[in-house]
Design a protein around this ligand. Structure first.
Ligand code: ATP
Ligand code: MG
Length: 439
């Protein structure tokens, strides 16, 4: 007999089916045993009647989360037993045969049978493979999978070529402080804290490239939006007229990515009462203007012409009220706040760069890059760095490179803000932070 997926069960009324899945909850009512069984496609109620107890003897050993297979008859349920909005609520499986596929060694460390998993972050992460069994937790990663696919498709539609760049580097470039040092045979090496140089090289060859890849940051953060290993969604494009082209492309790609959530992730979004951002034109505000708004509207003073986390929240709130947008581009950061490869504005004081904020948090940084060799060498020097250290990178420009720019998005922050998760760590299967290196 071939396996039937649970979502197909409603069309099989009166027939016998073979199901495989996990028991989410076991309930005993006198001589009846009820099991909520789930597989990757959904869940359905199974009843073991007293007259089938012999062929279903294994049910005595079934507990919550036991993996089982069963043959059963699909029966229609009385109308008053149907649960609102539940795909398979109209049917029930009368078990005829039941087998345990793998017996657990011990009781579960946490109860994952309740509708909302009510445990603290450490418990959730310490018992990750068990907490992931909970459908609400799974929903995060089903949406995450849609994010990766949506970003991939959106980039391809715009004729970006997917590249994968090395994550083991010979030197700690870009200043250096936040690199993890590793042993590489008889040498030292570093884990990449961004694909920046390689994706720029890619753009000078393929015009448009994107990468979905791991990023390592050796920063001792204790915040709700930082981890030490995350997945970056990068993009870089050549033959641009200016940074505006980069923002316009990122805006299109973001909106197009969110369409796939709407189409395929509706049920998962519902579990978090999450709504998609409205697709209204994303406002672009110069950082200096944003700082003026913060001062005038919120009485907030800033230091070093920079914006902090609180400022980002406030300006997002302001933009949401005024323009109805969940996103905002802050543009033209001062030279001092941006890396050496940032294209300076005509005034020489600011840069052709931006941050993209989503619901109060930075989700991307980007900008136009310097593509002229001489200018780049000067910029490296002005930051107090040695051009000799950037030999391989400078080769990209030594033979002429077109104007280009791009962005780096943090994938987990997008999911965190989309679902309103308290910590970014909930959006990583196995997060790494200062204290956590396992599971
Ligand atoms: P922040 O100022 O929030 O620390 P950043 O400006 O240092 O971030 P970038 O180098 O601009 O980060 O990286 C691009 C994007 O990658 C960020 O906008 C963010 O979405 C994501 N990102 C950066 N650092 C982290 C981190 N430690 N954990 C998770 N995501 C991160
Ligand atoms: Mg940034």
């Amino acid at each position: 007999m071939q396996r039937t997926l649970i979502r197909e069960v409603p069309s099989q009324v009166g027939k016998e089916v073979l199901l495989k899945g996990w028991v989410s909850v076991r309930r005993d009512h006198g001589k009846l045993v009820f099991l909520d069984v789930r597989d990757r496609s959904g869940s359905v109620q199974v009843v073991v009647l007293p007259n089938h107890l012999e062929s279903c003897a294994a049910v005595h050993e079934v507990r919550n989360e036991t993996a089982i297979s069963l043959v059963g008859k699909v029966n229609e349920r009385p109308a008053n037993a149907k649960k609102e909005g539940e795909l398979t609520g109209g049917v029930e499986i009368e078990a005829l045969e039941l087998a345990i596929l793998a017996k657990g060694e011990e009781d579960l460390p946490i109860d994952v049978s309740s509708a909302d998993l009510d445990v603290n972050l450490d418990t959730l992460l310490n018992n990750r493979t068990v907490s992931l069994r909970h459908p609400k937790i799974q929903a995060i990663f089903r949406l995450y999978s849609l994010l990766l696919a949506g970003y991939d498709q959106a980039c391809r539609r715009e004729e970006f070529v997917e590249i994968k760049t090395p994550k083991i580097l010979s030197s700690a470039t870009e200043g250096g402080a936040n690199f993890f040092k590793i042993k590489y045979f008889d040498r030292e090496a570093y884990l990449a804290q961004s694909p920046q140089f390689y994706k720029q090289a890619g753009a000078t060859v393929f015009e448009r490239v994107f990468e979905i890849g791991s990023v390592f940051r050796a920063e001792p953060h204790f915040t709700s939006r930082h981890v030490n290993e995350y997945v970056g969604l990068d993009g870089e494009m050549a033959f641009i007229d200016g940074v505006e082209d980069v923002m316009a492309m990122l805006e299109r790609i973001m909106f197009s990515t969110f369409v796939s959530f709407g189409e395929d992730g509706a049920a998962e979004l519902d579990r978090y009462a999450a709504h998609l951002p409205p697709q209204v034109a994303i406002p672009r505000i110069r950082l200096s203007e944003a700082l003026r708004i913060l001062k005038e509207e919120y009485g907030k003073e800033v230091e070093n012409e920079d914006i902090d986390g609180e400022g980002e929240r406030m300006i997002s709130e302001y933009v949401s009220k005024k323009y109805g947008s969940d996103f905002v581009f802050l543009t033209h950061y001062p030279v001092a706040l941006r890396p050496f490869y940032s294209m300076p504005s005509a005034d020489g004081k600011y840069t052709e760069t931006f941050d993209l904020l989503f619901r109060g948090v930075e989700i991307a940084s980007g900008g136009q890059r310097i593509h002229e060799y001489r200018m780049l060498v000067d910029s490296i020097r002005r930051k107090g760095l040695d051009p000799e250290q950037f030999r391989d990178y400078l080769d990209v420009f030594r033979y002429g490179a077109p104007a280009h720019g791009g962005w780096g998005l943090g994938s987990e922050r997008i999911i965190q803000k989309l679902l309103g998760l308290g910590s970014i760590k909930e959006a990583l299967l196995y997060p790494r932070d200062v204290k956590r290196l396992s599971p």
